[in-house]
Design a protein around this ligand. Structure first.
Ligand SMILES: OC[C@H]1O[C@](O)(CO)[C@@H](O)[C@@H]1O
Length: 453
C-alpha cells in the first residue's frame, strides 16, 4: 500500500514516481525484504526451543504461548509510529516466535488427538487452514487498500490480532493430549480423555499402544545423535531435502510478494492486490484437491504431476515478463490485456500445482516416514529447514529479481525440475502403509530400486 511504503520505505516509494526506473528493481530494498523475512528467522529459532517446551509444558501451553506472542506482535505493528521501522520489525520478530511455537505444536497436537484413520486428512487440514489464512489476508488487504486516509495498512497488520485471539482462547479451551498425560504418568486421566475423544468405552488397545510408544520414546536417549547415524542417512536426507525443495519451488515469491510482483510487471495497486486474491483462492481450492486425492492417487503421483506443472508455469511466466520488460526492464505506461491474463493464469497454474503437491505433502510425508527413534529430531530439523529456506527466499527475492531479471523465474523452474526428478528417483510410495511398518517397507523398496543394500 502506498501510504505504508511512504511511511517506512520512502526510497522505494520515491522510486515509483521516477520515470527512468527499471521495472525489475522497483521494490529492491534490503529493509523491505528484512520486514518480510525477519518473521521467519525468529520462527526458525523459536521452533528449535518449541520441541523442548512441548515436552515440558505440553502441546497446548506451547500453542497458547504462540497465540499470545503473535497477538502482541500484531498490536505493536498496528500501533507503530510512522518512520519507526525498528518497531515494525520488532513486532514481526515477536510474531515469528509465535509462528515457530505453533508450527511445531499444532501438527503434533492434531496427530495425537486424531483417530488413526483420519490422521492424513487432518494433517492436510493444517495446510488447508494456512491457505485459508493467506486468502483472508489477501482479501482484507484488497478491502483496506480502498480506505481513504492512508491507514489501511494499520488494519492489515493489526488485523492479525483476530486469528491470534482465536488461537489463544481456542488453545486454552482445548484439553491436553492423552499422549502428554501418559508421559506425565496421569494414566487414569488419559484413559478418560481417550474415551471422550473416541466416543467408545473400550479404549484399551489404543491406550496400551500409547503407553508402549511412550516407553519406547523414553528409551531413545539422543534422537539427534541417532539421526546422524549411517543407517538413518535416508531419513536425514529427507528431513533436509523435502522442506528445502518446498522453499526453493518459488511458492513464497508468489505468497509474499504477489502484489509487489504484479505491480512491478505493470498492474496498478488495486489490480495487483486483486490478482493476489485470485492466486490465494486457487491455493485454497487446490489444497482441497489434495485432501481428496492423496490417498486415492498416492503421494508420488501428486508430487511429480505438481512439479511438472510448476516447472512449465515458471518458464511461461519468465518468458512473458522477458518479452514485455526485456533485459533493461523498461516500464510501460499500459500493459496489453493478453499479457496480464497470461501471467495471472500461469501464476494460478503454478500455485495450483504447488497446493496439491508440495504444499501439504512436504508436511505429511516427513511426518509419516520417520521411525520413532529419530522422529522428534527429524521433525524439528524439517521445520527449521522449512523456516530457514522461507527466510532465505523472502530476504533475497527482490534483489534477485533486480539483478537476474526475468531469468529468476527460470531459476525457480530449474529447482522445480530437480525436485521432481528427486522424488521420481528417491521417494517410495507411502500411501496405505501403517506408520509402524513404514521403515521396513521403505528399506525393501530402496533395496529393490538398487538405492541401498
Ligand atoms: O500455501 C503456501 C504456504 O504454504 C507453505 O509452504 C507452508 O506449507 C508456506 O511456506 C507458504 O506460504
Amino acid at each position: 500500500m502506498e501510504a505504508f511504503l511512504k511511511n517506512y520505505f520512502s526510497s522505494v516509494a520515491k522510486r515509483q514516481m521516477e520515470d527512468s526506473v527499471n521495472a525489475y528493481c522497483l521494490f529492491e530494498s534490503h529493509l523491505l525484504s528484512m520486514f518480510t523475512s525477519s518473521l521467519y528467522l525468529a520462527a526458525l529459532s523459536s521452533s528449535l526451543v518449541a520441541s523442548t517446551l512441548m515436552r515440558k509444558l505440553g502441546r497446548r501451553t506451547t500453542m497458547v504461548g504462540g497465540g499470545v506472542l503473535f497477538f502482541v506482535g500484531a498490536l505493536i505493528n498496528a500501533l507503530a509510529p510512522s518512520h519507526a521501522l525498528w518497531m515494525l520489525i520488532f513486532g514481526r520478530i515477536l510474531q515469528g516466535f509465535g509462528v515457530g511455537f505453533s508450527i511445531q505444536s499444532v501438527p503434533l497436537y492434531l496427530s495425537e488427538m486424531a483417530p488413526y484413520k483420519y490422521r492424513g486428512g487432518l494433517n492436510i487440514g493444517f495446510q488447508l487452514c494456512i491457505t485459508i489464512g493467506i486468502l483472508a489476508a489477501n482479501l482484507l488487504n484488497y478491502a483496506f487498500n480502498k480506505i481513504n486516509g492512508g491507514f489501511g495498512w494499520r488494519l492489515s497488520l493489526g488485523g492479525a490480532v483476530v486469528p491470534a485471539t482465536v488461537v489463544t482462547i481456542g488453545a486454552l479451551a482445548l484439553p491436553d493430549t492423552p499422549n502428554f498425560m501418559i508421559e506425565r504418568g496421569k494414566h487414569d486421566e488419559a484413559r478418560a480423555m481417550l474415551r471422550r475423544l473416541r466416543g467408545v468405552a473400550d479404549v484399551d488397545q489404543e491406550f496400551n499402544d500409547i503407553v508402549s510408544a511412550c516407553e519406547a520414546s523414553k528409551k531413545v536417549e539422543n534422537p539427534w545423535r541417532n539421526l546422524f547415524k549411517k543407517k538413518y542417512r535416508f531419513y536425514l536426507m529427507m528431513a533436509i531435502a523435502i522442506p528445502l525443495f518446498q522453499g526453493l519451488s518459488g511458492i513464497n515469491v508468489i505468497m509474499f510478494y504477489a502484489p509487489v510482483l504484479f505491480n512491478s510487471i505493470g498492474f496498478n495497486s488495486h489490480s495487483a492486490l486483486m490478482s493476489a486474491v485470485i492466486t490465494g483462492g486457487v491455493n485454497v481450492l487446490a489444497t482441497l484437491v489434495s485432501i481428496y486425492g492423496v490417498d486415492r492417487w498416492g503421494r508420488r503421483f501428486l508430487f511429480i504431476e505438481g512439479g511438472i506443472q510448476m516447472l512449465i508455469s515458471q518458464i511461461v511466466v519468465g518468458i512473458c515478463i522477458g518479452v514485455i520488460h526485456g533485459v533493461d526492464g523498461a516500464v510501460r505506461e499500459t500493459i496489453p490485456k493478453w499479457y496480464a491474463i497470461v501471467v495471472v493464469v500461469f501464476i494460478c497454474i503454478f500455485v495450483g500445482g504447488f497446493a496439491w503437491s508440495w504444499g501439504p505433502l512436504a508436511w505429511l510425508v516427513p511426518s509419516e516416514i520417520f521411525p520413532l527413534e529419530i522422529r522428534s529430531a527429524a521433525q524439528s530439523l524439517n521445520v527449521s529447514v522449512n523456516m530457514g529456506c522461507t527466510f532465505l527466499i523472502a530476504q533475497t527475492f527482490l534483489t534477485m529479481l533486480c539483478h537476474f531479471k526475468f531469468v529468476v523465474f527460470f531459476l525457480f523452474g530449474f529447482f522445480d525440475l530437480v525436485m521432481t526428478v528427486f522424488i521420481y528417483l528417491v521417494l517410495p510410495e507411502t500411501n496405505n502403509i501403517p506408520i509402524e511398518e513404514m521403515p521396513m517397507q521403505i528399506a525393501i523398496v530402496r533395496v529393490l530400486q538398487g538405492l541401498s543394500d
